[in-house]
Design a protein around this ligand. Structure first.
Ligand SMILES: [Zn+2]
Length: 309
């Protein structure tokens, strides 16, 4: 009898008072949303800003994390088609499977742009669902957050979600404040034209009234080729662009090649959260991207030059 009480006491000590809620986030942006609702969640993030989220290796550590998780939060819309199905299969976690509560696809909660325009290199075909990089769409993120708020009570211990609704309200208020701030940046961004490499920033560019006039990828999802770069160099639309935007996980050489010949700067912008303070939450990341872009708007520079004299 007394030994049984001792065992229970030891268990209570070693595991703490609260049940552990384990989450597998395919990308850092979804970890950020989960953390905002359940700050104590134990989250494993599969990718980082220096990795291409389309092509992740199903490493043993990721399989183990998936096996031990209560919930997986991923983008869906075939973004992870090259690696997530294998990961789920090898983890063999009965809670996390297609059509189970433990597998949350953010794409199910928002409307995607440009269906039929997203090619996956490994599969060599077109993703019918549309552009899956909607975590940089200021209108889409609150919709995903609403979906998470509905899903969490089904998969998380009751004590973990006690304050979830209050935290959701706080998050929504902060998001709205951020949107107000982004609106103030718009005059410095609208009408700007940029060269991109992939559709990662499309939603945010559109939101800000920025046009991606050319893409270094010959087709969505395919890496730049010399012949395509030559076509870009000779395209009259290049004259309107003020900057070439690429991501930290992309080879900078094609952008640098074009930059030297076209006399354009290259701007490397993270497509997801980093450990750096200015980009370690989703609202801060969006602010950082918009602010960085505004520094390359020629209209903006013309105004500062006039003011400087
Ligand atoms: Zn993509």
């Amino acid at each position: 009898m007394s030994s049984r009480i001792l065992v229970i006491a030891l268990l209570a000590c070693s595991f703490g008072a609260r049940a552990d809620f384990r989450v597998f986030a395919c990308e850092p942006e979804w970890a950020d949303l989960v953390r905002a609702l359940v700050p104590e969640a134990n989250i494993t993030v599969a990718t980082n800003a220096w990795q291409d989220p389309h092509y992740i290796e199903a490493r043993p550590s990721l399989i183990a994390a998936m096996r031990n998780s209560d919930l997986a939060v991923c983008t869906g819309a075939s973004l992870e088609a090259g690696w997530l199905p294998a990961l789920i299969q090898r983890a063999a976690n009965s809670r996390i499977a297609e059509n189970r509560e433990g597998l949350f696809y953010a794409a199910s909660y928002t409307h995607l742009h440009q269906p039929h325009d997203h090619v996956d290199r490994s599969m060599g075909d077109v993703h019918p669902e549309g552009n899956p990089h909607f975590h940089l769409n200021p209108h889409a993120v609150p919709e995903v957050m609403d979906g998470l708020v509905k899903r969490l009570p089904q998969v998380a211990p009751a004590e973990e979600i006690k304050v979830m609704r209050a935290l959701h309200l706080r998050w929504k208020m902060r998001w709205e404040q951020s949107q107000e701030h982004w609106e103030t940046l718009m005059p410095d961004l609208r009408g700007m034209k940029v060269v991109v490499q992939h559709s990662s920033f499309d939603y945010l560019l559109r939101y800000a009234g920025i046009e991606a006039v050319l893409d270094l990828e010959p087709k969505p999802g395919l890496p730049p080729t010399p012949s395509h770069l030559n076509r870009v160099l000779n395209d009259p639309r290049l004259a309107d662009a003020s900057v070439i935007v690429i991501s930290p996980y992309q080879d900078p050489k094609p952008a640098q090649w074009l930059a030297e010949r076209a006399g354009l700067p290259v701007l490397v912008l993270p497509t997801t959260l980093t450990e750096e303070e200015e980009t370690d939450t989703l609202p801060e990341l969006i602010t950082y991207i918009l602010t960085s872009l505004s520094n390359f708007n020629p209209k903006q520079n013309a105004v500062s030059a006039v003011n400087g004299h």
